[in-house]
Write a protein that binds this ligand. Structure first.
Ligand code: 13P
Ligand code: SF4
Length: 312
């Protein structure tokens, strides 16, 4: 960008941030942002987190309005956990392709084929699918959740890569759905080998939504929060990161003197990037778009989310 354009953008963002502060006060609103959001959103968030931390925060907030900056299923989970709050999203087109890979009809058929199995569903799923679920999980607690379930057989959906990772830490039989994250699944062995060749002193840290053969190459495997913690606390100075590019914001904030290389330029979730600062301000101005979940769906889905929040 030319110097003038950069300055104009900075000025625009300053004005937007001022307007946002004013609106937040007027509406008694809280801004929650996933670590994969654009920097300009993470900068103004009251709370940044991964799927688990954000769900916990939504369930506990005293604000009247939650502005959920992430993708649709996250706003939906917030509304299910906090049904009396207004939940706004900056752009309702920000969806998650993985969440769309499982439909309640298909899940009901799977349940009928395995009547003794309990259903563990990744939080990256629709409210309708959660309503068909015994217990939800996120990448931060997936192993604990699966091992907490009182059944020897688990129907796991929708992420096959995370399912494969979890199956290494449980004796339960896992029946794994064929879904995946388009962004994490794109990372290949070749990408990691090439990045390692360029940065031989770096440790490779990876999210378990990546393919099993890529996860097998890692020095550390963990959810977004676990990766952040590992890099923050490690004595090492240089890392190759195998998760979504937005994580760079918190990684650099936590460890300004460490070096982070993303393992591929394709580790960018286009859905997460649909949101921007302008849309965050606009949704608080217009109080639209709001998330609605039909009450009977929300009541069933809430059981599966609340069970997850209780797993220690
Ligand atoms: P976490 O937030 O659980 O790390 O999940 C990553 C993700 O893909 C969110 O959509
Ligand atoms: Fe969905 Fe993957 Fe994007 Fe997360 S990173 S919202 S799982 S597509």
């Amino acid at each position: 960008m030319e110097a003038l354009a950069i300055e104009r953008k900075a000025e625009q963002n300053r004005e937007l941030r001022e307007r946002l502060m004013q609106l937040k006060k007027e509406r008694n609103a809280i801004i929650l942002a996933h670590y994969y959001q654009r920097d300009e959103i993470q900068e103004v968030a009251d709370f940044r987190g991964d799927s688990f931390l954000l769900a916990q925060k939504a369930a506990a907030t005293e604000a009247d309005v939650i502005v959920f900056c992430g993708v649709h299923f996250m706003g939906e989970s917030a509304k299910i956990l906090a049904p009396n709050k207004v939940v706004l999203v900056p752009d309702e087109r920000a969806g998650c392709p993985m969440a769309d890979m499982v439909h309640p009809i298909g899940l009901r058929e799977m349940k009928a084929r395995h009547p003794n199995a309990k259903v563990v569903t990744y939080i990256n799923s629709s409210a309708d699918v959660k309503a068909e679920t015994d217990i939800c999980c996120t990448s931060a607690n997936a192993v604990k959740v699966v091992n907490s379930v009182d059944a020897d057989e688990i129907i796991w959906c929708p992420d096959k890569n995370l399912g494969h990772y979890v199956s290494q830490f449980t004796d339960k039989k896992m029946i794994i759905w064929e879904g995946y994250c388009n962004t994490h699944d794109m990372l290949t062995i070749k990408d990691v080998e090439e990045t390692r060749a360029k940065h031989p002193n770096a440790q490779f840290v990876v999210h378990p939504e990546c393919r099993p053969e890529v996860v097998a190459m890692a020095d550390f495997v963990g959810s977004t929060t676990a990766i952040l913690k590992y890099c923050r606390e490690s004595d090492r100075q240089e890392f190759i990161v195998g998760t979504e590019d937005g994580t760079g914001y918190q990684l650099r904030l936590d460890s300004p003197n460490k070096i982070f290389h993303f393992a591929s330029k394709f580790l960018v979730c286009p859905n997460m990037k649909v949101n921007n600062l302008k849309k965050v301000v606009k949704c608080l101005e217009t109080m639209q778009p709001q998330i609605y979940v039909p009450q009977e769906v929300a009541d069933k889905a809430r059981v599966s989310l609340e069970r997850m929040l209780l797993v220690k």
